[in-house]
Design a protein around this ligand. Structure first.
Ligand SMILES: O=C(O)[C@H](O)COP(=O)(O)O
Length: 252
Protein backbone atom coordinates (compact mmCIF):
# COMPACT_ATOMS: atom_id res chain seq x y z
CA UNK A 1 0.00 0.00 0.00
CA UNK A 2 1.43 3.37 -0.91
CA UNK A 3 1.34 5.99 1.85
CA UNK A 4 -1.31 7.90 -0.06
CA UNK A 5 -3.80 5.06 -0.07
CA UNK A 6 -5.47 2.97 2.62
CA UNK A 7 -6.89 -0.49 2.25
CA UNK A 8 -9.74 -2.08 4.19
CA UNK A 9 -11.33 -5.50 3.82
CA UNK A 10 -14.88 -6.03 5.06
CA UNK A 11 -16.69 -9.35 5.19
CA UNK A 12 -20.21 -10.30 6.21
CA UNK A 13 -20.44 -13.48 8.31
CA UNK A 14 -21.19 -16.75 6.52
CA UNK A 15 -24.69 -18.23 6.44
CA UNK A 16 -26.12 -18.40 9.96
CA UNK A 17 -28.67 -20.85 11.36
CA UNK A 18 -31.33 -18.15 11.07
CA UNK A 19 -30.24 -17.07 7.57
CA UNK A 20 -30.90 -20.67 6.59
CA UNK A 21 -34.38 -20.57 8.16
CA UNK A 22 -34.94 -17.08 6.65
CA UNK A 23 -35.70 -15.50 10.04
CA UNK A 24 -35.15 -11.87 11.01
CA UNK A 25 -32.07 -12.17 13.21
CA UNK A 26 -30.69 -8.79 14.32
CA UNK A 27 -29.05 -9.22 17.74
CA UNK A 28 -30.11 -12.87 18.17
CA UNK A 29 -26.82 -14.67 18.80
CA UNK A 30 -27.11 -17.63 16.45
CA UNK A 31 -24.15 -19.62 15.14
CA UNK A 32 -22.98 -20.35 11.60
CA UNK A 33 -24.27 -23.35 9.65
CA UNK A 34 -21.84 -25.79 8.00
CA UNK A 35 -22.44 -23.82 4.79
CA UNK A 36 -21.56 -20.60 6.65
CA UNK A 37 -18.34 -22.11 7.97
CA UNK A 38 -17.47 -23.29 4.46
CA UNK A 39 -18.18 -19.78 3.08
CA UNK A 40 -15.89 -18.24 5.69
CA UNK A 41 -13.13 -20.74 4.91
CA UNK A 42 -13.49 -20.05 1.18
CA UNK A 43 -13.28 -16.31 1.89
CA UNK A 44 -10.10 -16.86 3.90
CA UNK A 45 -8.56 -18.99 1.16
CA UNK A 46 -9.45 -16.37 -1.47
CA UNK A 47 -7.71 -13.68 0.62
CA UNK A 48 -4.69 -15.90 1.05
CA UNK A 49 -4.52 -16.71 -2.66
CA UNK A 50 -4.41 -12.97 -3.42
CA UNK A 51 -1.65 -12.40 -0.87
CA UNK A 52 -3.68 -10.37 1.65
CA UNK A 53 -2.34 -9.89 5.13
CA UNK A 54 -3.66 -7.89 8.09
CA UNK A 55 -2.44 -6.14 11.23
CA UNK A 56 -5.63 -5.75 13.22
CA UNK A 57 -9.19 -7.12 13.05
CA UNK A 58 -12.56 -5.86 14.25
CA UNK A 59 -15.79 -7.71 14.76
CA UNK A 60 -19.07 -7.53 16.65
CA UNK A 61 -20.08 -9.25 19.87
CA UNK A 62 -22.17 -11.80 17.96
CA UNK A 63 -20.79 -15.29 17.43
CA UNK A 64 -21.66 -15.61 13.75
CA UNK A 65 -19.28 -12.73 12.96
CA UNK A 66 -16.65 -13.78 15.53
CA UNK A 67 -16.58 -17.36 14.21
CA UNK A 68 -16.38 -16.13 10.62
CA UNK A 69 -13.37 -14.01 11.54
CA UNK A 70 -11.72 -16.91 13.42
CA UNK A 71 -12.15 -19.22 10.42
CA UNK A 72 -10.69 -16.63 8.04
CA UNK A 73 -7.74 -16.04 10.37
CA UNK A 74 -7.14 -19.79 10.61
CA UNK A 75 -7.00 -20.01 6.81
CA UNK A 76 -4.52 -17.14 6.77
CA UNK A 77 -2.49 -18.64 9.64
CA UNK A 78 -3.03 -15.36 11.47
CA UNK A 79 -4.93 -16.49 14.56
CA UNK A 80 -2.46 -14.49 16.64
CA UNK A 81 -3.62 -11.13 15.27
CA UNK A 82 -5.32 -8.69 17.65
CA UNK A 83 -9.12 -8.87 17.43
CA UNK A 84 -11.29 -6.11 18.85
CA UNK A 85 -14.96 -6.88 19.48
CA UNK A 86 -17.55 -4.18 19.81
CA UNK A 87 -21.34 -4.15 20.01
CA UNK A 88 -21.14 -1.03 17.82
CA UNK A 89 -20.50 -3.40 14.90
CA UNK A 90 -23.43 -5.67 15.83
CA UNK A 91 -26.13 -6.29 13.27
CA UNK A 92 -28.87 -3.67 13.12
CA UNK A 93 -31.36 -4.47 15.90
CA UNK A 94 -34.46 -5.85 14.20
CA UNK A 95 -36.79 -5.08 17.15
CA UNK A 96 -39.92 -7.20 17.50
CA UNK A 97 -39.37 -8.71 14.04
CA UNK A 98 -36.53 -10.84 15.44
CA UNK A 99 -37.53 -14.49 15.12
CA UNK A 100 -40.20 -13.97 12.41
CA UNK A 101 -39.83 -15.58 9.00
CA UNK A 102 -39.14 -12.93 6.32
CA UNK A 103 -41.22 -14.56 3.58
CA UNK A 104 -44.14 -15.18 6.00
CA UNK A 105 -43.95 -11.52 7.06
CA UNK A 106 -44.12 -10.54 3.38
CA UNK A 107 -47.15 -12.79 2.84
CA UNK A 108 -48.85 -11.12 5.81
CA UNK A 109 -47.75 -7.48 5.42
CA UNK A 110 -46.76 -7.32 1.72
CA UNK A 111 -43.39 -7.35 -0.05
CA UNK A 112 -43.19 -3.55 0.01
CA UNK A 113 -43.65 -3.28 3.78
CA UNK A 114 -41.01 -5.93 4.37
CA UNK A 115 -38.62 -4.14 2.00
CA UNK A 116 -39.19 -0.94 4.00
CA UNK A 117 -38.43 -2.77 7.26
CA UNK A 118 -35.35 -4.41 5.74
CA UNK A 119 -33.89 -1.67 3.63
CA UNK A 120 -35.34 1.77 4.32
CA UNK A 121 -32.96 4.34 5.75
CA UNK A 122 -35.10 5.76 8.54
CA UNK A 123 -38.16 3.57 9.20
CA UNK A 124 -37.69 1.55 12.39
CA UNK A 125 -39.16 -1.96 12.65
CA UNK A 126 -41.67 -2.35 15.53
CA UNK A 127 -39.80 -2.06 18.85
CA UNK A 128 -39.35 -4.73 21.49
CA UNK A 129 -41.18 -4.24 24.77
CA UNK A 130 -38.82 -3.56 27.68
CA UNK A 131 -38.17 -6.82 29.53
CA UNK A 132 -38.91 -9.00 26.49
CA UNK A 133 -36.58 -12.01 26.58
CA UNK A 134 -34.90 -10.54 23.47
CA UNK A 135 -34.30 -7.18 25.21
CA UNK A 136 -30.52 -6.48 25.21
CA UNK A 137 -30.91 -4.53 28.47
CA UNK A 138 -31.45 -7.87 30.23
CA UNK A 139 -28.65 -9.81 28.51
CA UNK A 140 -25.29 -10.59 30.10
CA UNK A 141 -23.50 -9.85 26.83
CA UNK A 142 -24.31 -6.15 27.19
CA UNK A 143 -23.87 -5.79 30.96
CA UNK A 144 -21.08 -3.22 30.55
CA UNK A 145 -22.94 -1.04 28.03
CA UNK A 146 -24.77 2.02 29.40
CA UNK A 147 -28.43 1.12 29.34
CA UNK A 148 -29.50 4.27 27.46
CA UNK A 149 -27.24 3.30 24.55
CA UNK A 150 -28.88 -0.08 23.98
CA UNK A 151 -31.69 -0.22 21.41
CA UNK A 152 -35.18 -1.77 21.37
CA UNK A 153 -35.18 -1.50 17.56
CA UNK A 154 -33.04 0.22 14.92
CA UNK A 155 -33.42 1.54 11.40
CA UNK A 156 -30.29 1.89 9.26
CA UNK A 157 -29.93 5.51 10.36
CA UNK A 158 -29.78 4.37 14.01
CA UNK A 159 -27.23 1.70 13.15
CA UNK A 160 -25.07 4.30 11.36
CA UNK A 161 -25.32 6.55 14.44
CA UNK A 162 -23.37 3.97 16.46
CA UNK A 163 -21.28 2.15 13.82
CA UNK A 164 -19.91 5.17 11.98
CA UNK A 165 -18.53 7.10 15.00
CA UNK A 166 -17.00 3.80 16.15
CA UNK A 167 -15.33 3.41 12.76
CA UNK A 168 -14.11 7.02 12.71
CA UNK A 169 -12.81 7.00 16.29
CA UNK A 170 -11.28 3.51 16.44
CA UNK A 171 -10.71 1.94 13.03
CA UNK A 172 -9.87 4.89 10.81
CA UNK A 173 -6.93 6.02 12.99
CA UNK A 174 -5.42 2.53 12.58
CA UNK A 175 -5.84 2.75 8.81
CA UNK A 176 -4.28 6.21 8.81
CA UNK A 177 -1.35 4.74 10.77
CA UNK A 178 -0.80 2.29 7.91
CA UNK A 179 -2.42 -0.76 9.54
CA UNK A 180 -4.13 -3.30 7.32
CA UNK A 181 -7.60 -3.77 8.77
CA UNK A 182 -10.11 -6.60 8.44
CA UNK A 183 -13.71 -6.14 9.65
CA UNK A 184 -16.04 -9.13 10.00
CA UNK A 185 -19.56 -7.95 10.71
CA UNK A 186 -23.15 -8.10 9.44
CA UNK A 187 -25.33 -7.26 6.46
CA UNK A 188 -26.70 -4.02 7.88
CA UNK A 189 -23.82 -2.89 10.09
CA UNK A 190 -21.67 -3.18 6.96
CA UNK A 191 -24.32 -1.40 4.84
CA UNK A 192 -24.00 1.43 7.40
CA UNK A 193 -20.28 1.72 6.70
CA UNK A 194 -20.73 1.25 2.94
CA UNK A 195 -23.30 4.07 2.82
CA UNK A 196 -20.76 6.42 4.41
CA UNK A 197 -17.76 5.15 2.41
CA UNK A 198 -19.56 5.51 -0.92
CA UNK A 199 -21.57 8.61 0.08
CA UNK A 200 -24.80 6.91 -1.00
CA UNK A 201 -28.22 8.53 -0.74
CA UNK A 202 -31.07 6.84 1.19
CA UNK A 203 -32.51 5.80 -2.21
CA UNK A 204 -29.22 4.26 -3.29
CA UNK A 205 -28.57 2.33 -0.08
CA UNK A 206 -32.05 0.76 -0.39
CA UNK A 207 -30.77 -1.36 -3.26
CA UNK A 208 -27.51 -2.46 -1.61
CA UNK A 209 -27.37 -6.07 -0.42
CA UNK A 210 -24.23 -7.68 1.00
CA UNK A 211 -23.52 -11.37 0.30
CA UNK A 212 -22.49 -13.77 3.08
CA UNK A 213 -18.84 -14.73 3.48
CA UNK A 214 -17.39 -12.82 0.53
CA UNK A 215 -14.50 -10.44 1.34
CA UNK A 216 -14.80 -6.97 -0.18
CA UNK A 217 -11.71 -4.80 -0.57
CA UNK A 218 -11.87 -1.02 -0.48
CA UNK A 219 -8.99 1.24 -1.43
CA UNK A 220 -9.29 4.84 -0.19
CA UNK A 221 -7.23 7.94 -0.72
CA UNK A 222 -6.09 9.72 2.42
CA UNK A 223 -9.29 11.79 2.45
CA UNK A 224 -11.40 8.60 2.53
CA UNK A 225 -12.52 8.89 -1.08
CA UNK A 226 -13.07 5.43 -2.55
CA UNK A 227 -10.52 4.73 -5.29
CA UNK A 228 -11.53 1.13 -5.79
CA UNK A 229 -13.98 -1.46 -4.46
CA UNK A 230 -14.04 -5.12 -5.39
CA UNK A 231 -15.39 -8.38 -4.06
CA UNK A 232 -12.88 -11.22 -4.05
CA UNK A 233 -14.28 -14.28 -5.81
CA UNK A 234 -16.24 -15.39 -8.84
CA UNK A 235 -18.36 -12.46 -10.12
CA UNK A 236 -21.35 -14.58 -11.23
CA UNK A 237 -21.48 -16.53 -7.98
CA UNK A 238 -21.31 -13.28 -5.99
CA UNK A 239 -24.09 -11.68 -8.09
CA UNK A 240 -26.28 -14.75 -7.43
CA UNK A 241 -25.61 -14.48 -3.68
CA UNK A 242 -26.51 -10.77 -3.68
CA UNK A 243 -29.77 -11.56 -5.50
CA UNK A 244 -30.58 -14.29 -3.00
CA UNK A 245 -30.21 -11.80 -0.11
CA UNK A 246 -32.49 -9.28 -1.87
CA UNK A 247 -35.14 -11.99 -2.45
CA UNK A 248 -35.25 -13.23 1.15
CA UNK A 249 -37.97 -10.71 1.99
CA UNK A 250 -40.38 -11.70 -0.78
CA UNK A 251 -43.51 -13.80 -0.22
CA UNK A 252 -43.19 -17.34 -1.61
O1 LIG B 1 -30.63 -9.64 10.85
C1 LIG B 1 -30.89 -10.34 9.87
O2 LIG B 1 -31.98 -10.91 9.70
C2 LIG B 1 -29.83 -10.51 8.80
O3 LIG B 1 -28.61 -10.62 9.37
C3 LIG B 1 -29.87 -9.36 7.84
O4 LIG B 1 -31.12 -9.35 7.37
P1 LIG B 1 -31.69 -8.47 6.16
O5 LIG B 1 -30.87 -8.78 4.93
O6 LIG B 1 -33.11 -8.98 6.04
O7 LIG B 1 -31.64 -7.04 6.59
Amino acid sequence: MSQDTMQLVIVRHGESEWNKLNLFTGWTDVDLTDTGRAEAAAGGRALKAEGFDFDVCYTSQLKRAIHTLNIILAELDREWLPVIKSWKLNERHYGALQGLNKADAAAEHGNEQVKIWRRSFDVQPPALEAGDERDPHTQEMYRDIPSDELPYTECLKDCIARAWPYFEDNILPEMRAGKRVLIAAHGNSLRSLVMKFEKLTPEEILEVNIPTGVPCVYTFDKNMNVLDKRYIGDADAIAAKIDAVANQGKAK
